[in-house]
Design a protein around this ligand. Structure first.
Ligand code: SAH
Ligand code: SF4
Ligand code: F3S
Length: 437
């Protein structure tokens, strides 16, 4: 018999939440919880939430509603809400759904074991502070066996940019960089456990200043870790792409040729209203400089359509920017007014117009994605195999350009980088053949 309790975590939102969920699981492991993938056997359910758009935030309440019968049948079941909705709405969550036992923000989850003591004593616990201490320093060391050759590592958190539409500066707080020495230690520990690719995370990752050489300096130090084969970073702001980082894209072999560089709009008028602090042409010029350093680099982006005041002409400028850049992949969203942000005060573009624009933009972006993928057919790319595929004998991995690639290969190639010749492009992935010596 064991006293271990089962923890089920559901993660919404961005990659930083994926990372945070792993760290929360580690923190709760100290408190006697073991993770499960089966919600029905859980003693504790933790929702790690996202507040970025209204739909994402409301989903949390509908999911909580759906947990009600499970909770009624199992009154000892503990329910927690973490992440950005927890930060933004705090007490309101417990008011709307009194069965919630715990609310914890993104900056206080190192206090989870303490909070669980309260919860286990039958009290509700809430902590959405922005404490002085560094939570990462207080979290348990990452000593769990790595589950995947590819891992996330948060290096910077929070945002001081205050784009007019965005809740992140309020939910994640001010920009903070972790010291390089601690990141290097964490990276080494991940590599010791089989990780071969690390994606450095930050809301404004290229504003990282925990190393005297900035993000580029950190990347060069990480590249010294022998068994670390690949380095990526996300998400970058165009205004923080400095020369050293652009140069690293041309000279650091371990830095992968893929860059997520959101622009949001191609209209200068809208960029100004969004408080993005650069023009569309400045972005075009930046893309050109990065391509000069690394001609095969694949770009990805984020776009918002229907920002308050967006005209047909503004939207046309966005389409033009997309045509000029040619993205390998991109995300596009209908503007969602968020409480407390400056743009929320302004009148919305009519829903049908925003909807129609989103359809047109997505059609163009999908066309570019398919084009980029079919251009890969016949080429040989490096693939880091991550796991077994659904088909017998097949492995799935990621190319340097972050395309998902399927290929027949022996299981012991998981965790290794192999050359694969691409034979076919499918909707969201590529198929290839292993090149054997
Ligand atoms: N820190 C990153 C990501 C922010 S959130 C960055 O600066 O790019 C991810 C994306 O969600 C944003 O790039 C933006 O395209 C979108 N987004 C943010 N707020 C939004 C809102 N209110 N409505 C619609 N999309 C939004
Ligand atoms: Fe939000 Fe803008 Fe900060 Fe990105 S840069 S997190 S979009 S405020
Ligand atoms: Fe969402 Fe918070 Fe990430 S609002 S996108 S989970 S930083």
């Amino acid at each position: 018999m064991t006293n271990t309790k089962k923890l089920y975590i559901k993660t919404y939102g961005c990659q930083m939440n994926v990372y945070d969920s792993e760290r929360m699981a580690e923190a709760l492991e100290v408190g006697g919880y073991e993770q499960t993938q089966d919600m029905d056997e859980a003693d504790m359910i933790l929702l790690n939430t996202c507040h970025i758009r209204e739909k994402a935030a409301e989903k949390v309440y509908s999911d909580l509603g759906r947990l009600k019968p499970l909770h009624d049948a199992k009154p000892d079941l503990k329910i927690g809400v973490a992440g950005c909705v927890a930060q933004a709405e705090g007490q309101e969550i417990m008011r709307r759904q009194p069965m919630v036992d715990l609310v914890v923000g993104p900056q206080t989850y190192h206090r989870l074991p303490e909070m669980m003591k309260e919860v286990n004593a039958g009290r509700q616990a809430l902590d959405t502070d922005f404490p002085e201490e560094d939570k990462f320093n207080l979290l348990p060391k990452r000593e769990l066996p790595a589950r995947n050759p590819s891992a996330f590592l948060t290096v910077q958190e929070g945002c001081d940019k205050f784009c007019a539409f965005c809740v992140v500066p309020y939910t994640r707080g001010a920009e903070v960089s972790r010291p390089a020495a601690r990141i290097l230690k964490e990276a080494q520990a991940l590599v010791d456990r089989g990780v071969r690719e690390i994606t450095l995370l930050g809301q404004n990752v290229n504003a990282y200043h925990g190393h005297k050489g900035g993000l580029a300096g950190l990347i060069w130090d990480l590249a010294e870790i022998e068994d670390l084969k690949r380095i990526r970073f996300t998400t970058s702001h165009p205004n923080d792409m400095d020369d050293a980082l652009i140069d690293a894209h041309g000279t650091c072999e371990k830095l992968m040729p893929y860059l997520h560089l959101p622009v949001q709009s191609g209209s200068d008028r809208i960029l100004k209203a969004m408080n993005r602090k650069h023009t569309a042409d400045a972005y075009r010029a930046l893309i050109a400089r990065i391509r000069e350093a690394r001609p095969d680099l694949m770009f990805s982006g984020d776009f918002i359509v229907g920002f308050p005041g967006e005209t047909d002409e503004d939207f046309e400028a966005t389409l033009q920017l997309v045509r000029d850049v040619h993205y390998g992949q991109a995300y596009s969203f209908k503007y969602s007014a968020r409480p407390g942000t400056p743009a929320a005060e302004k009148p919305d573009v009519p829903a049908e117009i925003a909807h129609e624009r989103l359809q047109r933009l997505q059609a163009l972006l999908t066309e570019q994605q398919y084009q980029t993928q079919s251009d890969m057919v016949g080429r040989t790319v490096n693939v880091l195999f991550e796991k077994q595929g659904r088909q017998e004998g097949q492995l799935i991995g990621k190319s340097d350009y972050l395309h998902a690639v399927h290929a027949v290969a022996p299981v012991d190639m998981i965790g290794t980088v192999q050359p694969v010749r691409i034979t076919k492009s499918m909707t969201n992935s590529l198929t290839g053949q292993l090149i054997s010596d």
